[in-house]
Design a binder for this molecule. Structure first.
Ligand code: NAG
Ligand code: NAG
Length: 180
């Protein structure tokens, strides 16, 4: 997730497939977003390509601490299950669906916007960073509380992304067939 994002910022050449001219799109985010309800485990169903998430059975577990800091445990299977710890925060209480994810403390927060979620079945998340408004790199994830999501929900998640001006032609399903 954000590790990918970080690497893309550090190694823009590799990210050719997520590179676009112009500034980031400005999609609508989930209204009345309730952070507490978003916590817990999310399985990655589909995503725009990234560098870190090359394994299978990718999932994330979000835990809200008393200090308002969210611990994110990202994991995927490559031979064995491999873990990555991140933190996230709400950047502006006025816009709670716009999180910032921090992979390494000395690096700036990466945007992580929850565009849509019903909290109990699916979520659509988006991250975009532009460079002087001249070009941008973006990432999108369709997440679910279970290792699979009904095709109609995947379809409507994709329609939502498209309607917000986000290109999804590079989106690929994440293999969730291994034992969890
Ligand atoms: C958001 O919450 C407020 C207050 O609870 C409510 O009045 C409003 O209808 C909600 N909006 C949406 C889009 O759910
Ligand atoms: C997510 O993390 C919390 C806190 O570490 C833990 O209590 C919970 O069991 C985890 N959930 C899953 C599904 O692993």
């Amino acid at each position: 997730m954000s590790a990918v994002y970080l690497l893309l910022l550090l190694l823009p050449v590799i990210s050719a497939q997520t590179f676009h001219w112009g500034p980031c799109p400005t999609p609508n985010v989930q209204s009345n977003f309730t952070l507490e309800q978003y916590m817990g485990e999310w399985y990655e169903i589909e995503k725009l390509p990234d560098i870190i998430g090359r394994g299978v059975c990718i999932k994330e577990n979000y835990t809200l601490g008393g200090d308002g800091i969210i611990q994110v445990l990202y994991s995927q299977v490559k031979d064995k299950r491999w873990f990555l710890e991140e933190t996230a925060v709400v950047m502006d209480p006025q816009e709670p669906a716009k999180l910032g994810v921090n992979l390494l403390s000395f690096l700036p927060y990466m945007p992580y916007w929850v565009l849509s979620t019903d909290y109990t079945n699916y979520a659509v998340a988006y991250s975009c960073k532009d460079v002087f408004g001249a070009f941008h790199f973006d990432f999108a994830w369709i997440l679910a509380r279970t290792p699979s999501l009904p095709p109609l929900l995947v379809q409507s998640a994709k329609q939502l992304l498209t309607s917000q001006g986000i290109g999804i032609s590079k989106m690929t399903p994440t293999d969730q067939s291994c034992k969890h």
